[in-house]
Design a protein around this ligand. Sequence first.
Ligand SMILES: [Zn+2]
Length: 151
Amino acid sequence: MTDGDILRAFLATHDANCPQCAYQLRGVESEKCPECGRTIELQVQPAAPRMAPWLFALIFTSIFGGFHWIMLIAFGVSGLLYYGSLSVILSDSVLYLIGSIPYAITLPLLIARRRAFQRRTIRRQWVWSALLVFAYVVLETIWISLMFFLF
Ligand SMILES: [Zn+2]
């Protein structure tokens, strides 16, 4: 039995829409959608992908890190345009540079190690995401305190 035979046997008895154009494929004898021409295949995939803990960690990393990176770029560009001096740029933005380091490490790790993260149980994924967000909140608190004490 070839993959094409399995596909035809499945479509003979099941409703399924083309993922490209949503055409109803029940009874279709070909391996291509008759409406849009896209090749169709049967796949094994999880019933509901468990993306929530990873997305939660990614969104929080992006929000906290994005703030530091935007401020770093804004200080850098405005310092360069206004003072035209690298030393002034560095003294103005050094705290944003320090504040962006945790996110510069975490964001690429989260993206590169997504599959390893998702191989953990759902409970462990949530625990790691919550710990990460908690660590960010603690870091941000320390960072903001530094801003007030130093300036
Ligand atoms: Zn189609």
